[in-house]
Design a binder for this molecule. Sequence first.
Ligand SMILES: [Fe+2]
Length: 386
Amino acid sequence: MDITPSPINAVGSVSLACHPGVFLVEQDYEIILLCGCPAMASVVVDGRTFTDSINGVMRSDTDVHKIKVPTSLLDKAKAYRVHITPLADHCNYYPKPSPTEAYEYDFTPVPAEGEVKAYVLADTHGQVTVPAETALAHGNFDLLLLLGDIGDSAATKEQVTTLHHLTSAITGGRFPTVYVRGNHDTRGYMAEHLHEYIPTRSGATYYTFRTGSVWGVVLDCGEDKPDTNIEYGLPETGGVADFLPFRNAQTDYLRSLVENADNTYKAEGITRRIALCHINFTYTDRPFNDKNPTLYEKWIGWLNEIGIDMLICGHEHRVGLQPDDYFHGNPTPQFGTLLTSAHCDHPKPMGGGHASGEFTGTALTFTEDGVKYVFTNHKGEELDFS
Ligand SMILES: [Fe+2]
């Protein structure tokens, strides 16, 4: 596992805490840089510089930077440079930045045509080493999909930055990742600041992406129980969960995609369409679904209209294709729901189970014939459920 960044210039310090994450969000890559000290940051692609600044002021009082670059530009350039300039004191006059550290990365975009290979991890819950070994043991993929509950919560910076260290260990900053928020990622002191650390569409954790021949929509159920659940506070005063309007906004977002189909999922060159969501909302027998059956029926209706090939989920700590009769609403999904991650080496398809030091993820291949999948463990062995 290659996890230590190394500047190309000898400035004597290494402020980048791990390799960049290059995350797909709509038409851009959002490059996320985790630093070990307050610093300014920029990314250079093909001679163009993209900075992390706000209203003309370079951001320095932060240890994380998010910098968007167009996918078309980086896909063509196939390389980028990161500049980190530590600034201990952003004072009124004559600030004294430290020497700029420069880091260079080659970048391999998803192939523009033909098959696309992806690897899926979910529910890592704060682990880096074993899940990273699982993905790397399989190897040979173009795209990393991280489907939520990557940290065990958003209670601490250590948990939140599991995302950055895991992405670094697997991609080394050299190929793209898609991130999906999970319900555990909505919990704790830093949950309201999580958007500063993760890829978003102007702060929103639902968005589309397109890479090669694959189009996808990222959805976010938020928590897995009703907003009034005692876990989130006292019902009489209102708790910390406010997910119902957030889910309703995603219904409107799905409608807007259908109304703009030619520029989204029907754009030229797209052959496969997927939806990614941490929670398998096509499983009706869940408390949060019982409170919102109509809402998820609307989501399914729009996803049927889009014609997705598959809904890809985590959350259950199981792998396998979810049985169709788990959904009792109307309309019924015209697509399968795939569960993708487990904390053991030889999980039964819907059996679950936990074992220390073991992990199972999912390798996906997007082909002209559909989406193929195989489950692999941390030794790189394919798991056979037949
Ligand atoms: Fe979960």
